[in-house]
Design a protein around this ligand. Structure first.
Ligand code: SF4
Length: 347
């Protein structure tokens, strides 16, 4: 795309974003519950074959992590966990959500796909958002990247947003992981998926994420590259095609690029993120263990922290991001969702 066309696209994207979202940027933080996982996803640090430091936080530790985030200002927290039926059961997730309801007004989940009745129980417990990325929409690539575990089932994952909707979730996020396939092909498939969901799950608010791969345990090297300029093009193209859909920008992206994207189309940003369980407070340290070939092994010496899912790029604190937004004339919104709004909109 020529410079002139990209500039015109960016201007259009900016104008549409202001029209539909004003100058509000919602802030959220991921809270990792567990990095145990039975899947092998070649691109993920939590893959079961990686001999990393793992832990699953007790519900009390999750509450302490959430309190830390709430003290920073966050009211919108995304609970993240690997897929492990022993450690991350539905009962465990429900218990975590119930423990957090008095502390956090807006709770979303990014966990293994489930059946609709399981989603119903999580919604009843107090969760209202569900995030699930297809990773890649190319079936052959998907098969190559997912070599073991339930995640191998492409169609089970693809239908997950609709099961979540049927289970009562009204805030649903989808996305693709850029770096696994040609970015244009993935973007087209992601847009088609989003269009389908907007038609069939019309009571839900949708967000879209466009994460690029980051370094992680296992040392996966992406075969495909999307540079910063192309990333800006992608964000703006999604905004122009989907004026009312939220666009998420995570701390995977470098600070300078995040700053440049603030006015152009994004509506949700994570800030000050950690991608390891206990990352905000050091909770869970006593239970850290290595998993080597499926066996739990005590680490030699004193282990300080669990292994993160991937390396963060923008390491600025949430307070710094909030100040930055204000200095650019934007309103950092720590929460803009309430179950009362859901009750009215569904009546
Ligand atoms: S991407 Fe998810 S399912 Fe795959 S290894 Fe990582 S945590 Fe497990």
């Amino acid at each position: 795309m020529s410079d002139a066309r990209l500039t015109a696209l960016a201007r259009e994207s900016e104008a549409i974003t202001r029209q539909h979202f004003g100058r509000a940027i919602r802030l959220f933080a991921p809270l990792y519950l567990s990095n145990e996982c039975i899947n092998n996803c070649s691109y993920c640090g939590f893959s079961r074959d990686n001999p990393i430091l793992r832990v699953t936080l007790e519900a009390e530790s999750v509450v302490r992590e959430a309190r830390h985030l709430a003290a920073e200002g966050f009211r919108n927290i995304l609970l993240v966990a690997g897929e492990h039926p022993k450690f991350v059961s539905n009962g465990y997730l429900e218990a975590c959500v119930r423990a957090l309801v008095p502390e956090v007004p807006s709770i979303a989940l990014e966990v293994a796909p489930m059946e609709t009745p399981e989603y119903e129980r999580l919604v009843q417990a107090g969760a209202e958002g569900l995030v699930v990325y297809q990773e890649t929409y190319d079936r052959a690539t998907y098969q190559r990247m997912h070599t073991a575990g339930p995640k191998k089932d492409f169609d089970w994952r693809l239908a997950c947003p609709e099961r979540a909707y049927a289970g009562g979730f009204r805030r649903i996020g989808i996305g693709a992981l850029f770096g696994l396939q040609d970015w244009r092909t993935e973007a087209f498939a992601l847009a088609s998926h989003l269009e389908h969901l907007l038609r069939h799950c019309w009571k839900a608010q949708f967000t879209v994420s466009l994460p690029r791969l980051r370094p992680c345990a296992g040392g996966f090297v992406p075969e495909f590259h999307m540079d910063d300029r192309e990333f800006i093009q992608l964000v703006c193209a999604f905004r122009v095609c989907f004026p009312q859909v939220g666009i998420v920008l995570s701390t995977r992206e470098p600070a300078a690029l995040r700053d440049a994207l603030i006015p152009l189309g994004v509506t949700l940003m994570s800030a000050g993120s950690h991608t390891e369980p206990g990352g905000y407070t050091g909770e869970g340290k006593a239970d850290l263990h290595l998993t080597i070939k499926g066996r739990q092994v005590k680490p030699e010496g004193s282990a300080e922290a669990a292994t993160g899912q991937f390396e963060i790029s923008d390491e600025r604190s949430s307070a710094e991001i909030a100040r930055l937004l204000q200095s650019k004339g934007f309103d950092p919104v720590w929460k803009d969702w309430d179950s009362a709004i859901l009750a009215v909109s569904n009546s």
